[in-house]
Design a protein around this ligand. Structure first.
Ligand SMILES: Nc1nc2c(c(=O)[nH]1)N[C@H]1C(S)=C(S)[C@@H](COP(=O)(O)OP(=O)(O)OC[C@H]3O[C@@H](n4cnc5c(N)ncnc54)[C@H](O)[C@@H]3O)O[C@H]1N2
Ligand code: MOO
Length: 401
């Protein structure tokens, strides 16, 4: 049976994935969120001609010949303008951020002056006319377009929105991901395990990938290999309004691999099951009402590689984020055998070498091996039926970290 190609599987999985609702959150809670509307400036910044330095506000013509002594007629700290007018032979002591008083057109920095007494200053050096003044509206003017819809609220965007006087921001609702682990053998971390049991580890890595992609995660725990137990958690995920439901394990063809049967009973419309990928062949995708369903393979590395390749872009799209995989070209650090019909994602180390990036595959690639995966920082992508490759050949890699 021909297996579905990875690219086609991704296309089908992303079909129609758009952000749905938006909400308003306090600006202090908005870091990492995505703007649901474009933002325009609610004020002009700076709102007045402002001093960019600590020093003296003067008239340029008074400091054309140096040195010169000026009478200090007042003081202008940030937040409190000097109300008078600077006339001939006069100066105002001024500080960074303060409004430049009327009559003055230049600021002399204090390092270029000598204070003779409380009311007199000697100007030793002077800048060109207009220096050290930030003009009103230098940064932005009321009504200016500041941030586009879809902008990730990073540090600069948040400070800009705050400066433009937004106490709260319209953001895309974070998609909700529900996770269900399946398997009689699974116990949570910290358990006293029996001789045939293992620790359920996949949900933690999958949740971390999802949260980094902007999702909220509802971990529904472990269901034993019983139809009713799995079905009950599936119904809970749907009732909680999950945008995406992920099951871990039970996706293959064994007698205890119940995922497909249970989800079908619950009304899932299957889109695809089994793809031409290693690790990750048993990947399943379907829709359960408005909830998208992804059946991830149980093997730990398969569940994480599939999460990077499929779950991450899906959640990014649903959360209104731009997404592009971090794909690079590198040179192979070791030979690779010819590939079969499955697109291979080979755990590797990526490092800078004298001839550019060097991607060196780990010798053992079993999809149960989390230690190898934790030591890998990249995946070498091998197209189906690629011929054997030599060290030094060019290859495609996905950077993981
Ligand atoms: N006859 C065939 N057997 C298998 C095939 C196949 O095509 N024909 N595919 C293999 C591949 S590839 C994979 S991947 C696995 C995936 O199978 P399942 O999704 O059904 O996963 P399980 O059988 O439930 O578990 C596999 C393995 O992973 C461990 N596991 C499961 N869940 C977790 C978890 N939450 N945390 C940590 N480890 C977990 C489980 O104990 C098993 O060791 O099937 C192959 N077989
Ligand atoms: O997806 Mo499976 O991991 O190829 O072992």
């Amino acid at each position: 049976m021909a297996l579905l190609a990875v690219n086609e599987a991704l296309e089908r999985l992303l079909d129609g994935a758009e952000p749905s609702e938006s909400e308003t959150v306090a600006i202090a809670e908005a870091a990492g969120r995505v703007l649901a509307e474009p933002l325009t400036a609610r004020r002009t910044q700076p709102p007045f001609d402002a001093s960019a330095m600590d020093g003296y506000a003067v008239r340029a013509q008074d400091v054309a010949r140096l040195p010169v002594t000026l009478r200090v007629i007042g003081i202008a700290p940030a937040g409190k303008r000097f109300a008078g007018v600077v006339g001939p032979g006069e100066a105002v002591r001024i500080f960074t951020g303060a409004p430049v008083p009327e009559g003055a057109d230049t600021v002399v920095i204090q390092e270029d002056t000598r204070k003779l007494d409380e009311n007199t200053v000697e100007i030793v050096e002077a800048p060109a006319k207009g220096r050290h003044i930030r003009r009103r509206g230098l940064d932005f003017r009321e009504g200016d377009a500041l941030l586009d819809k879809g902008r990730l609220l990073d540090a600069a965007a948040l400070s800009l929105a705050a400066a433009a006087n937004y106490p709260a921001l319209p953001v895309v609702k974070r998609p909700l991901l529900a996770i269900i682990a399946t398997g009689d053998e699974l116990m949570p971390p910290g358990s006293d395990t029996g001789p045939d049991q293992i620790i359920a580890s996949n949900a933690y890595g999958v949740a971390a990938i999802a949260e980094a992609a902007g999702a909220r995660v509802l971990d529904l725990g472990i269901a034993p290999d019983r139809r009713q137990a799995i079905a009950a958690l599936v119904r809970r995920a749907v009732d909680e309004g999950a945008d995406v439901l992920v099951t871990l394990g039970g996706a293959s063809v064994g007698d205890h691999d119940l995922t497909h049967a249970v989800l079908t009973e619950q009304g899932m419309e299957l889109d695809f099951w089994k793809i031409a990928m290693r690790p990750g062949k048993p990947l399943m995708f379907g829709r359960l009402g408005r909830t998208r369903f992804i059946g991830l393979p149980g093997n730990p590395v398969a569940s994480l590689v599939c999460s990077y390749l499929f779950l991450k872009p899906l959640l990014a799209r649903l959360g209104g984020r731009h997404y592009a995989p971090d794909t690079l070209r590198a040179k192979l650090g070791a030979p690779l055998p010819a590939n079969d019909r499955r697109q291979d994602y080979i755990r590797a180390t990526l490092q800078d070498g004298p001839e550019g990036l060097l991607a060196t595959p780990f010798i053992v690639q079993d999809s149960s091996m989390l230690k190898v995966f934790a030591n890998a920082n990249a995946l070498i992508v091998r197209e189906p039926h690629s011929p054997a490759a030599n060290a030094g050949d060019s290859c495609t890699v996905i950077r993981l970290r």
